[in-house]
Design a protein. Sequence first.
Length: 317
Amino acid sequence: MSGRVLRSLAWLVVALVLAAFVLWWIGDGGVFAAGTAWIALPIVAAVAASWAALHGLSPVPGRAAGIAVPILFGAVLLWLWQVLVTGFQVPQILLPAPSQIGARFAASTDTLWVDFVQTFIRSAIPGFLIGSGAGFLTAVAIDRSPFLQRGLLPLGSAVSAMPIVGIAPIMIMWFGFDWHSKAAVVVVMTFFPMLVNALAGLEAAGAMERDLMRSYAASYRQTLLKLRLPCALPFIFNALKLNATLALIGAIVAEFFGTPIYGMGFRISTEVARLNVDMVWATILVAAVAGSASYGLLALVERATTFWHPSMREAGH
């Protein structure tokens, strides 16, 4: 084990001790006041020690360090959130502490699961697949036909510029209040990013490689499958990762305009009206985890299928 790693681990131990002390002091009834200004010292020291530990671990190669650094960074942010909200006695209606959000999440898993299935499984995923697939197929058609490039591309750009708050009520009128209208909103949101990225990817193949395929008397289909689509994969995965977050956002926002009595958007709007802010944050937590997991899964698939690409080789170093 290198000296850098040992120093980073030592700083991490110091940060954990200081963080535990601050949490104990706050949990014992201590709050931030004029007479307890000294508590800022261990807080600042814990943040400084955490910074030193993360700064030392960041350049360390290997998957373990790559996973540990973002986890530790997130833990520091959560700790600061807990300490500041509790120490300054911030009202729960303004910002609940992470411990309150975690308690609400644990107590409402059944409700959150039903909302997750309605919004993510039944609305976001179908809309994501249909919108991304339609965008990709349209990109191939536009690439094949200059006429479509001049006709469909400006139309797709105009559709992408339409605000979601204007699209959602129309889709609800067309497809009803169930998941179909939310999936339709997601289709509109995910179509254009895939279209633009796929078109850029299809143009990424170099002139020398195209000349080589022509010298082999390769047809358009052969050139597309064996040269241009492999070169377009990084662009396509960029669009998929972007759409993974857009799909969930679109499904949640669309539920604000009409939905059955479940769903993440429905839960957020109703619980805000009831001032149950901890439940709102618990729903946001579910959405954040689902979106991050989708993005991470697509990144793993991208690494497995485009390992040959220079960007993947540079990321491996």
